[in-house]
Design a protein around this ligand. Sequence first.
Ligand code: MG
Length: 213
Amino acid sequence: MVSDREKSRECIIIIPNMRIGYGWDSHAFQDGVPLKIGGLLIPHPQGLAGHSDGDVLLHAITDALLGAVAAGDIGTFFPPTDPQWKGADSALFLSAAMDAVEKAGFQIANVDTTLVLAAPKISPIAKDLQYNVARLLGVASSQVSIKAKTPEGLDQDHVAIAHAVVLLDKNADQKKLDLAAAALETQSLIDETVENVVSNVPVNREKISRSRS
Ligand code: MG
């Protein structure tokens, strides 16, 4: 059996100050739907097919956030079979992932993303995407990176792909809780050490008297 004290020591050791998460998603282009990436409507002849609004970038970031705190994936929270998420704004998914991050005691340090798509060109709107994704995440634009590449040699011009990596660090509340737990643990170790020393004193005296005789 693992004692409560050992469990609390294990918690202090295994919860690191930083966590990393990775997310990936893809959606096919389709006629007759608006194109939404990073929460922005982008003028383009085709949009991205999907049960929700098909926002491939927000889906990848959502999965990265959930992955960083080992909370599952976007399908765990919003099953594509559930009709209530048909056409849903993917900002809702992102918001749920941010709640999971906060509940776990973390906050976003930075987010790095790469879009892979043949069209439209992302570079002219990269700053707008960066600003809007940062706004949705409640962080500064400097904490969000939006990069884009074309799928050269992959024969995937009909698809938009997004990769996202997030780094989290502990939020202020969790840091205070950690400090309080560490202080309790230190006091507990001191008490245990003093108890051991005191209880061994007669034995030590015996050893000393034996060694002198
Ligand atoms: Mg998706």
